[in-house]
Design a protein around this ligand. Structure first.
Ligand SMILES: *[C@@H]1O[C@H](CO)[C@@H](O)[C@H](O)[C@H]1NC(C)=O
Ligand SMILES: *[C@@H]1O[C@H](CO)[C@@H](O)[C@H](O)[C@H]1NC(C)=O
Ligand SMILES: *[C@@H]1O[C@H](CO)[C@@H](O)[C@H](O)[C@H]1NC(C)=O
Length: 213
């Protein structure tokens, strides 16, 4: 007669345990993604624009992000036009299923492009435009082999264009205009497929499709 008692004790403890740890709502959101998004929100000083990002709601219902229909991982991060300030948190690189990052017209977003974006192997679309980004284009972006669209225009990026970008063979568009870039545009990949306007209004860029150095 010991085993029924044991199993009911076990069931009781399981029940208590569940009552203690299970969230009071059901959600599709992946817990790892949620943790990263809440860290991103905190790093951006809890901006009003991200008010829907709260721990007690499903991150697949939040504004400014989108989840995959089948695995419910975060695949899009899009923030436009607003009073967001601070730097792009390195934690963005910890959303491994991201396919699209679109941060656009956020003139109080400053600092460098995080090297960690190079970890996002499924990224196809990267737009960081009309922000106030400074520092170099990270070499690590050359690892984003699925990238089809890269728009880093209208920032204050400095340094030369990393030659690693020539390995992005799926690029349909590359926009680096209106920055402070300098040096020779690396030859190869899709970097010569765009017209000169994609590189215009920089500091001292030269080489095809701009005039030779
Ligand atoms: C990336 O995309 C592939 C193909 O769609 C998919 O199988 C994989 O789960 C995605 N995510 C990661 C983190 O690799
Ligand atoms: C962002 O850059 C613009 C143009 O370069 C400048 O006028 C503005 O003051 C900058 N804003 C911030 C918050 O740094
Ligand atoms: C790059 O982004 C800027 C800002 O959103 C936009 O004005 C421009 O049209 C974009 N370029 C392309 C080719 O999509």
């Amino acid at each position: 007669m010991a085993s029924p008692n044991l199993s009911s004790a076990f069931l009781l403890s399981l029940l208590l345990c569940n009552l203690l740890v299970s969230p009071s709502f059901s959600e599709l959101c992946n817990p790892a993604d949620k943790k990263v998004l809440l860290a991103i929100k905190k790093a951006l000083n809890d901006p009003y624009m991200l008010a829907s990002w709260t721990a007690d709601t499903d991150c697949c219902d939040w504004y400014n992000v989108a989840c995959d229909d089948t695995n419910h991982r975060i695949i899009q991060l899009t923030i436009f036009d607003g009073p967001l300030s601070g730097q792009i948190p390195a934690a963005v690189g910890d959303l491994p299923y991201l396919q699209m990052i679109d941060l656009n017209r956020l003139s109080h977003v400053t600092g460098p492009i995080p090297t960690s974006l190079g970890k996002l192997k499924n990224l196809t679309f990267l737009r960081l435009s009309y922000l106030n980004l400074t520092g170099p284009i990270p070499t690590s972006l050359g690892k984003l082999s699925k990238l089809t669209f890269l728009n880093l225009s209208h920032n204050d990026l400095t340094g030369s264009i990393p030659s690693s970008l020539t390995s992005l063979n799926n690029l349909d568009a590359v926009l680096l205009n209106d920055n402070q870039l300098c040096g020779k545009i690396p030859i190869g990949g899709k970097l010569q497929s765009s017209d000169a306007s994609s590189y215009s209004n920089n500091k001292r860029l030269c080489g095809a499709p701009l005039p030779s150095c």
